[in-house]
Design a protein around this ligand. Sequence first.
Ligand code: NAD
Length: 380
Amino acid sequence: MGAVNQHGNCKMSEAHKLLVLAGDGIGPEVMREVARIVHWLDANRGLKLDITEELVGAASLAVHGVPIRDEVIDLARKSDAVLFGSVGDPAWSHVGFDKRPEVAILKLRKELELFANLRPAQLFDALIDASALKPEVVRGLDIMIVRETVGGIYFGEPRGIETLPDGSRRGINTEVYTTSEIERVARVAFEMARQRGNRVCSVEKCNVMESGLLWKEVVTDLHKREYQDVELSHMLADNCAMQLVRNPNQFDVIVTGNLFGDILSDLASMLTGSLGMLPSATLGIVREDGKRNALYEPIHGSAPDIAGKGIANPLAQILSFAMLLRYSLNRAEDAELIEKAVSNVLASGLRTADIMSPGMARVGTDMMGQAVLREMEKLA
Ligand code: NAD
Protein backbone atom coordinates (compact mmCIF):
# COMPACT_ATOMS: atom_id res chain seq x y z
CA MET A 1 0.00 0.00 0.00
CA GLY A 2 2.96 2.31 -0.36
CA ALA A 3 4.22 4.95 1.98
CA VAL A 4 1.50 5.16 4.60
CA ASN A 5 3.16 3.38 7.53
CA GLN A 6 3.59 0.22 5.53
CA HIS A 7 4.11 -2.97 7.59
CA GLY A 8 3.32 -0.99 10.70
CA ASN A 9 6.89 0.30 10.95
CA CYS A 10 5.92 3.85 11.73
CA LYS A 11 3.60 3.87 14.74
CA MET A 12 1.26 6.73 15.36
CA SER A 13 -0.82 6.53 18.48
CA GLU A 14 -3.97 7.97 16.92
CA ALA A 15 -3.61 6.05 13.64
CA HIS A 16 -6.23 3.40 12.85
CA LYS A 17 -4.74 -0.08 12.52
CA LEU A 18 -5.58 -1.57 9.16
CA LEU A 19 -4.63 -5.06 8.00
CA VAL A 20 -4.54 -5.36 4.20
CA LEU A 21 -4.76 -8.85 2.69
CA ALA A 22 -4.79 -8.52 -1.08
CA GLY A 23 -4.61 -12.27 -1.77
CA ASP A 24 -4.53 -13.84 -5.23
CA GLY A 25 -5.46 -13.24 -8.85
CA ILE A 26 -6.99 -9.81 -9.35
CA GLY A 27 -6.85 -9.14 -5.57
CA PRO A 28 -3.51 -7.25 -5.64
CA GLU A 29 -4.50 -5.46 -8.89
CA VAL A 30 -7.69 -3.96 -7.49
CA MET A 31 -6.10 -3.32 -4.08
CA ARG A 32 -3.51 -1.06 -5.76
CA GLU A 33 -6.35 1.28 -6.71
CA VAL A 34 -7.45 1.48 -3.07
CA ALA A 35 -3.86 2.39 -2.14
CA ARG A 36 -4.05 5.52 -4.30
CA ILE A 37 -7.17 6.60 -2.45
CA VAL A 38 -5.57 5.89 0.93
CA HIS A 39 -2.63 8.12 0.03
CA TRP A 40 -4.90 10.88 -1.13
CA LEU A 41 -7.04 10.74 2.02
CA ASP A 42 -3.87 10.77 4.11
CA ALA A 43 -2.48 13.83 2.32
CA ASN A 44 -5.73 15.76 1.98
CA ARG A 45 -8.18 14.73 4.72
CA GLY A 46 -6.04 13.70 7.65
CA LEU A 47 -6.79 9.99 7.49
CA LYS A 48 -4.05 8.36 9.53
CA LEU A 49 -3.66 4.65 8.97
CA ASP A 50 -1.15 2.24 10.43
CA ILE A 51 -1.16 -0.34 7.64
CA THR A 52 0.20 -3.87 7.72
CA GLU A 53 0.15 -5.93 4.55
CA GLU A 54 0.30 -9.73 4.67
CA LEU A 55 0.05 -12.66 2.31
CA VAL A 56 -3.02 -14.90 2.25
CA GLY A 57 -4.34 -17.62 -0.04
CA ALA A 58 -2.12 -19.09 -2.74
CA ALA A 59 0.36 -16.23 -2.21
CA SER A 60 0.83 -17.39 1.41
CA LEU A 61 0.89 -21.08 0.44
CA ALA A 62 3.77 -20.39 -1.96
CA VAL A 63 5.89 -18.65 0.69
CA HIS A 64 4.76 -20.10 4.04
CA GLY A 65 3.12 -23.40 3.06
CA VAL A 66 -0.25 -22.48 4.61
CA PRO A 67 -3.20 -20.38 3.30
CA ILE A 68 -3.02 -18.11 6.35
CA ARG A 69 -0.58 -18.01 9.28
CA ASP A 70 -1.71 -17.81 12.90
CA GLU A 71 0.28 -14.55 13.20
CA VAL A 72 -1.94 -13.02 10.52
CA ILE A 73 -5.09 -14.10 12.37
CA ASP A 74 -3.64 -12.49 15.51
CA LEU A 75 -2.93 -9.28 13.60
CA ALA A 76 -6.53 -9.30 12.33
CA ARG A 77 -7.75 -9.58 15.93
CA LYS A 78 -5.73 -6.51 16.90
CA SER A 79 -6.68 -4.38 13.89
CA ASP A 80 -9.44 -1.79 13.66
CA ALA A 81 -10.45 -3.44 10.39
CA VAL A 82 -9.29 -5.93 7.77
CA LEU A 83 -9.43 -5.05 4.09
CA PHE A 84 -9.49 -8.29 2.12
CA GLY A 85 -9.03 -8.82 -1.63
CA SER A 86 -9.78 -12.33 -2.81
CA VAL A 87 -8.23 -15.78 -2.60
CA GLY A 88 -8.21 -18.75 -4.95
CA ASP A 89 -5.88 -20.12 -7.60
CA PRO A 90 -6.55 -23.03 -9.97
CA ALA A 91 -2.94 -24.18 -9.44
CA TRP A 92 -4.01 -25.40 -5.98
CA SER A 93 -7.21 -27.18 -7.05
CA HIS A 94 -5.53 -30.61 -6.71
CA VAL A 95 -4.95 -30.31 -2.94
CA GLY A 96 -7.40 -31.25 -0.16
CA PHE A 97 -10.08 -28.75 0.86
CA ASP A 98 -8.30 -27.94 4.13
CA LYS A 99 -5.15 -26.78 2.28
CA ARG A 100 -6.79 -24.68 -0.44
CA PRO A 101 -6.20 -20.91 -0.68
CA GLU A 102 -9.89 -20.30 0.18
CA VAL A 103 -9.26 -21.62 3.71
CA ALA A 104 -7.78 -18.18 4.49
CA ILE A 105 -11.10 -16.37 4.36
CA LEU A 106 -13.05 -19.19 6.02
CA LYS A 107 -10.57 -19.23 8.91
CA LEU A 108 -10.70 -15.46 9.32
CA ARG A 109 -14.50 -15.52 9.47
CA LYS A 110 -14.44 -18.26 12.09
CA GLU A 111 -11.59 -16.97 14.25
CA LEU A 112 -12.87 -13.38 14.33
CA GLU A 113 -16.45 -14.59 14.94
CA LEU A 114 -17.68 -12.56 12.01
CA PHE A 115 -21.38 -13.23 12.46
CA ALA A 116 -23.12 -10.47 10.47
CA ASN A 117 -22.59 -10.15 6.74
CA LEU A 118 -23.64 -6.82 5.27
CA ARG A 119 -24.32 -6.69 1.58
CA PRO A 120 -25.53 -3.45 0.12
CA ALA A 121 -27.41 -3.68 -3.15
CA GLN A 122 -27.16 -0.18 -4.51
CA LEU A 123 -27.77 0.68 -8.12
CA PHE A 124 -25.82 3.51 -9.70
CA ASP A 125 -28.11 5.34 -12.11
CA ALA A 126 -25.53 5.08 -14.89
CA LEU A 127 -25.65 1.27 -14.70
CA ILE A 128 -29.41 0.92 -14.73
CA ASP A 129 -29.32 -1.08 -17.97
CA ALA A 130 -27.04 -3.70 -16.39
CA SER A 131 -29.81 -4.75 -13.99
CA ALA A 132 -31.83 -7.87 -14.72
CA LEU A 133 -34.97 -5.83 -13.91
CA LYS A 134 -36.75 -3.02 -15.74
CA PRO A 135 -35.39 0.49 -15.06
CA GLU A 136 -38.67 1.71 -13.54
CA VAL A 137 -38.55 -1.13 -10.98
CA VAL A 138 -34.92 -0.75 -9.87
CA ARG A 139 -34.20 2.96 -10.24
CA GLY A 140 -32.80 4.37 -6.98
CA LEU A 141 -32.32 0.92 -5.45
CA ASP A 142 -30.47 1.09 -2.14
CA ILE A 143 -30.99 -1.84 0.22
CA MET A 144 -28.83 -3.56 2.79
CA ILE A 145 -29.08 -7.26 3.53
CA VAL A 146 -27.80 -8.31 6.94
CA ARG A 147 -27.24 -12.06 6.98
CA GLU A 148 -26.35 -14.15 10.03
CA THR A 149 -23.26 -16.14 9.01
CA VAL A 150 -22.00 -18.40 11.78
CA GLY A 151 -25.20 -20.21 12.85
CA GLY A 152 -28.30 -21.76 11.37
CA ILE A 153 -28.56 -24.83 9.21
CA TYR A 154 -25.00 -24.66 7.82
CA PHE A 155 -23.58 -25.36 11.27
CA GLY A 156 -26.43 -26.94 13.30
CA GLU A 157 -26.15 -30.44 14.79
CA PRO A 158 -27.09 -33.19 14.14
CA ARG A 159 -25.84 -33.25 10.59
CA GLY A 160 -24.52 -35.91 8.24
CA ILE A 161 -25.58 -38.74 5.97
CA GLU A 162 -26.67 -42.02 7.56
CA THR A 163 -27.66 -45.39 6.23
CA LEU A 164 -31.05 -46.63 7.39
CA PRO A 165 -31.84 -50.27 8.31
CA ASP A 166 -33.48 -50.80 4.91
CA GLY A 167 -30.22 -49.75 3.17
CA SER A 168 -31.52 -46.38 1.94
CA ARG A 169 -29.62 -43.26 3.02
CA ARG A 170 -30.76 -40.09 4.81
CA GLY A 171 -29.13 -36.65 4.71
CA ILE A 172 -29.62 -34.49 7.80
CA ASN A 173 -29.06 -30.83 8.57
CA THR A 174 -30.52 -28.91 11.46
CA GLU A 175 -31.62 -25.29 11.65
CA VAL A 176 -30.68 -24.00 15.12
CA TYR A 177 -30.76 -20.47 16.48
CA THR A 178 -30.41 -19.28 20.06
CA THR A 179 -31.80 -16.07 21.52
CA SER A 180 -28.36 -14.46 21.75
CA GLU A 181 -27.43 -15.37 18.17
CA ILE A 182 -30.63 -13.79 16.88
CA GLU A 183 -30.34 -10.73 19.10
CA ARG A 184 -26.78 -9.84 18.13
CA VAL A 185 -27.47 -9.91 14.39
CA ALA A 186 -30.79 -8.08 14.80
CA ARG A 187 -28.96 -5.43 16.81
CA VAL A 188 -26.56 -4.88 13.88
CA ALA A 189 -29.55 -4.50 11.55
CA PHE A 190 -31.33 -1.97 13.80
CA GLU A 191 -28.14 0.06 14.23
CA MET A 192 -27.59 -0.04 10.48
CA ALA A 193 -31.14 1.13 9.83
CA ARG A 194 -30.62 4.14 12.09
CA GLN A 195 -27.79 5.25 9.78
CA ARG A 196 -29.95 4.72 6.67
CA GLY A 197 -33.70 4.74 6.06
CA ASN A 198 -34.64 3.64 9.60
CA ARG A 199 -36.61 0.55 8.52
CA VAL A 200 -35.88 -3.14 9.19
CA CYS A 201 -37.66 -6.08 7.61
CA SER A 202 -37.02 -9.34 9.49
CA VAL A 203 -37.27 -12.43 7.31
CA GLU A 204 -37.88 -16.08 8.34
CA LYS A 205 -40.33 -18.93 7.82
CA CYS A 206 -42.28 -18.79 11.07
CA ASN A 207 -45.25 -20.43 9.36
CA VAL A 208 -43.43 -23.78 9.11
CA MET A 209 -40.31 -23.61 11.30
CA GLU A 210 -39.99 -23.28 15.07
CA SER A 211 -36.60 -21.62 14.66
CA GLY A 212 -38.37 -19.02 12.51
CA LEU A 213 -40.98 -18.50 15.19
CA LEU A 214 -38.28 -17.88 17.80
CA TRP A 215 -36.46 -15.57 15.35
CA LYS A 216 -39.57 -13.44 14.97
CA GLU A 217 -40.27 -13.34 18.73
CA VAL A 218 -36.70 -12.36 19.62
CA VAL A 219 -36.50 -9.61 16.98
CA THR A 220 -39.89 -8.27 18.10
CA ASP A 221 -38.84 -8.26 21.77
CA LEU A 222 -35.53 -6.53 21.07
CA HIS A 223 -37.32 -3.93 18.97
CA LYS A 224 -39.78 -3.25 21.77
CA ARG A 225 -37.01 -2.96 24.36
CA GLU A 226 -34.41 -0.89 22.50
CA TYR A 227 -35.31 0.15 18.97
CA GLN A 228 -38.86 1.50 18.92
CA ASP A 229 -37.68 4.47 16.88
CA VAL A 230 -36.91 2.09 13.98
CA GLU A 231 -39.82 0.80 11.87
CA LEU A 232 -39.95 -3.02 12.02
CA SER A 233 -41.82 -5.35 9.68
CA HIS A 234 -41.76 -9.14 9.21
CA MET A 235 -41.87 -11.15 6.03
CA LEU A 236 -41.76 -14.83 5.09
CA ALA A 237 -38.61 -15.72 3.15
CA ASP A 238 -40.42 -16.97 0.05
CA ASN A 239 -42.47 -13.79 -0.13
CA CYS A 240 -39.29 -11.73 0.36
CA ALA A 241 -37.68 -13.40 -2.69
CA MET A 242 -40.76 -12.48 -4.71
CA GLN A 243 -40.91 -8.92 -3.38
CA LEU A 244 -37.21 -8.33 -4.13
CA VAL A 245 -37.97 -8.93 -7.79
CA ARG A 246 -41.42 -7.30 -7.86
CA ASN A 247 -40.71 -4.12 -5.89
CA PRO A 248 -37.21 -4.04 -4.36
CA ASN A 249 -37.45 -0.37 -3.44
CA GLN A 250 -39.87 -1.17 -0.61
CA PHE A 251 -36.90 -2.41 1.50
CA ASP A 252 -34.30 -0.55 3.52
CA VAL A 253 -32.54 -3.12 5.76
CA ILE A 254 -33.39 -6.83 5.58
CA VAL A 255 -32.19 -9.07 8.42
CA THR A 256 -32.30 -12.82 8.10
CA GLY A 257 -30.62 -16.13 8.95
CA ASN A 258 -27.75 -17.87 7.20
CA LEU A 259 -29.60 -19.97 4.62
CA PHE A 260 -32.20 -17.42 3.55
CA GLY A 261 -29.59 -14.67 3.62
CA ASP A 262 -27.30 -16.67 1.34
CA ILE A 263 -30.02 -16.93 -1.29
CA LEU A 264 -31.62 -13.51 -0.90
CA SER A 265 -28.31 -11.62 -0.97
CA ASP A 266 -27.28 -13.33 -4.21
CA LEU A 267 -30.66 -12.50 -5.67
CA ALA A 268 -30.32 -8.86 -4.59
CA SER A 269 -26.80 -8.70 -6.10
CA MET A 270 -28.15 -9.42 -9.53
CA LEU A 271 -30.54 -6.49 -9.28
CA THR A 272 -27.51 -4.25 -9.56
CA GLY A 273 -25.72 -5.92 -12.46
CA SER A 274 -22.04 -6.78 -12.23
CA LEU A 275 -20.00 -8.72 -9.70
CA GLY A 276 -17.18 -6.20 -10.11
CA MET A 277 -19.34 -3.49 -8.49
CA LEU A 278 -20.38 -5.19 -5.25
CA PRO A 279 -18.73 -4.55 -1.87
CA SER A 280 -19.47 -6.31 1.42
CA ALA A 281 -18.65 -6.19 5.10
CA THR A 282 -18.69 -8.84 7.79
CA LEU A 283 -18.93 -7.66 11.37
CA GLY A 284 -17.99 -9.70 14.40
CA ILE A 285 -18.01 -9.60 18.16
CA VAL A 286 -17.09 -6.50 20.12
CA ARG A 287 -13.68 -7.15 21.70
CA GLU A 288 -12.38 -6.33 25.17
CA ASP A 289 -10.85 -3.10 23.82
CA GLY A 290 -14.38 -2.00 22.82
CA LYS A 291 -13.71 -2.34 19.08
CA ARG A 292 -15.66 -4.61 16.78
CA ASN A 293 -13.93 -7.20 14.60
CA ALA A 294 -14.68 -6.36 10.98
CA LEU A 295 -13.61 -7.51 7.53
CA TYR A 296 -14.39 -5.77 4.25
CA GLU A 297 -14.14 -7.46 0.86
CA PRO A 298 -15.62 -7.41 -2.61
CA ILE A 299 -18.19 -10.12 -3.39
CA HIS A 300 -16.14 -11.37 -6.33
CA GLY A 301 -13.35 -13.94 -6.22
CA SER A 302 -9.82 -13.91 -7.61
CA ALA A 303 -11.05 -14.07 -11.24
CA PRO A 304 -8.12 -16.16 -12.55
CA ASP A 305 -9.50 -15.85 -16.10
CA ILE A 306 -8.63 -12.13 -16.21
CA ALA A 307 -5.83 -11.90 -13.62
CA GLY A 308 -2.70 -10.06 -14.84
CA LYS A 309 -4.49 -8.47 -17.79
CA GLY A 310 -5.10 -5.11 -16.16
CA ILE A 311 -8.82 -5.19 -16.98
CA ALA A 312 -10.40 -6.05 -13.60
CA ASN A 313 -12.99 -3.65 -12.26
CA PRO A 314 -11.55 -2.10 -9.06
CA LEU A 315 -14.84 -0.48 -7.95
CA ALA A 316 -16.06 -3.32 -5.68
CA GLN A 317 -12.75 -3.18 -3.80
CA ILE A 318 -12.86 0.61 -3.63
CA LEU A 319 -16.47 0.56 -2.40
CA SER A 320 -15.51 -2.07 0.22
CA PHE A 321 -12.93 0.41 1.51
CA ALA A 322 -15.65 3.08 1.63
CA MET A 323 -17.74 0.74 3.81
CA LEU A 324 -14.70 0.24 6.05
CA LEU A 325 -14.35 3.99 6.48
CA ARG A 326 -18.02 4.32 7.38
CA TYR A 327 -18.57 1.34 9.67
CA SER A 328 -15.17 0.76 11.33
CA LEU A 329 -13.47 4.17 11.29
CA ASN A 330 -16.55 6.36 11.67
CA ARG A 331 -15.59 8.45 8.63
CA ALA A 332 -18.91 8.65 6.81
CA GLU A 333 -17.95 11.84 4.95
CA ASP A 334 -14.92 10.20 3.36
CA ALA A 335 -17.05 7.17 2.47
CA GLU A 336 -19.62 9.42 0.80
CA LEU A 337 -16.90 11.23 -1.12
CA ILE A 338 -15.66 7.94 -2.57
CA GLU A 339 -19.18 6.73 -3.40
CA LYS A 340 -20.09 10.01 -5.07
CA ALA A 341 -16.84 9.93 -7.07
CA VAL A 342 -17.61 6.39 -8.27
CA SER A 343 -21.10 7.46 -9.26
CA ASN A 344 -19.76 10.47 -11.21
CA VAL A 345 -17.12 8.40 -12.99
CA LEU A 346 -19.80 5.97 -14.15
CA ALA A 347 -22.02 8.85 -15.20
CA SER A 348 -19.14 10.20 -17.29
CA GLY A 349 -19.27 7.03 -19.38
CA LEU A 350 -16.09 5.22 -18.28
CA ARG A 351 -16.51 1.44 -18.06
CA THR A 352 -14.29 -1.55 -17.36
CA ALA A 353 -14.93 -4.55 -19.63
CA ASP A 354 -17.36 -6.29 -17.22
CA ILE A 355 -19.79 -3.34 -17.21
CA MET A 356 -19.16 -2.16 -20.78
CA SER A 357 -22.15 -1.13 -22.88
CA PRO A 358 -22.46 0.44 -26.36
CA GLY A 359 -21.37 4.08 -26.60
CA MET A 360 -19.29 4.01 -23.40
CA ALA A 361 -15.50 4.40 -23.10
CA ARG A 362 -13.66 1.24 -22.14
CA VAL A 363 -10.84 1.57 -19.59
CA GLY A 364 -8.62 -0.78 -17.60
CA THR A 365 -8.14 -1.19 -13.83
CA ASP A 366 -5.54 1.53 -13.59
CA MET A 367 -7.49 4.17 -15.55
CA MET A 368 -10.64 3.47 -13.58
CA GLY A 369 -8.78 3.94 -10.29
CA GLN A 370 -7.21 7.17 -11.51
CA ALA A 371 -10.59 8.47 -12.68
CA VAL A 372 -12.12 7.89 -9.23
CA LEU A 373 -9.24 9.77 -7.63
CA ARG A 374 -9.56 12.70 -10.06
CA GLU A 375 -13.26 12.89 -9.29
CA MET A 376 -12.57 12.88 -5.54
CA GLU A 377 -10.17 15.78 -6.04
CA LYS A 378 -12.84 17.70 -7.95
CA LEU A 379 -15.54 17.03 -5.38
CA ALA A 380 -13.43 17.77 -2.32
P1 NAD B 1 -15.02 -14.89 -9.55
O1 NAD B 1 -15.85 -13.91 -8.81
O2 NAD B 1 -13.58 -14.87 -9.29
O3 NAD B 1 -15.26 -14.69 -11.13
C1 NAD B 1 -16.50 -14.92 -11.77
C2 NAD B 1 -16.52 -14.16 -13.12
O4 NAD B 1 -16.66 -12.75 -12.86
C3 NAD B 1 -15.24 -14.33 -13.92
O5 NAD B 1 -15.54 -14.39 -15.30
C4 NAD B 1 -14.45 -13.09 -13.62
O6 NAD B 1 -13.57 -12.69 -14.64
C5 NAD B 1 -15.55 -12.04 -13.40
N1 NAD B 1 -15.14 -11.04 -12.40
C6 NAD B 1 -15.05 -11.20 -11.06
N2 NAD B 1 -14.62 -10.10 -10.48
C7 NAD B 1 -14.41 -9.19 -11.47
C8 NAD B 1 -13.95 -7.84 -11.49
N3 NAD B 1 -13.61 -7.19 -10.36
N4 NAD B 1 -13.85 -7.24 -12.68
C9 NAD B 1 -14.19 -7.86 -13.82
N5 NAD B 1 -14.65 -9.12 -13.86
C10 NAD B 1 -14.74 -9.78 -12.70
O7 NAD B 1 -15.63 -16.34 -9.22
P2 NAD B 1 -15.10 -17.78 -9.65
O8 NAD B 1 -14.54 -17.76 -11.05
O9 NAD B 1 -16.20 -18.71 -9.33
O10 NAD B 1 -13.91 -18.10 -8.63
C11 NAD B 1 -12.52 -17.87 -8.92
C12 NAD B 1 -11.73 -18.17 -7.65
O11 NAD B 1 -12.08 -17.23 -6.63
C13 NAD B 1 -12.03 -19.55 -7.06
O12 NAD B 1 -10.82 -20.09 -6.59
C14 NAD B 1 -12.98 -19.26 -5.92
O13 NAD B 1 -12.92 -20.24 -4.90
C15 NAD B 1 -12.45 -17.92 -5.45
N6 NAD B 1 -13.42 -17.09 -4.70
C16 NAD B 1 -12.93 -16.41 -3.63
C17 NAD B 1 -13.76 -15.56 -2.92
C18 NAD B 1 -13.16 -14.80 -1.78
O14 NAD B 1 -11.96 -14.63 -1.72
N7 NAD B 1 -13.96 -14.31 -0.82
C19 NAD B 1 -15.09 -15.38 -3.32
C20 NAD B 1 -15.56 -16.06 -4.45
C21 NAD B 1 -14.70 -16.92 -5.13
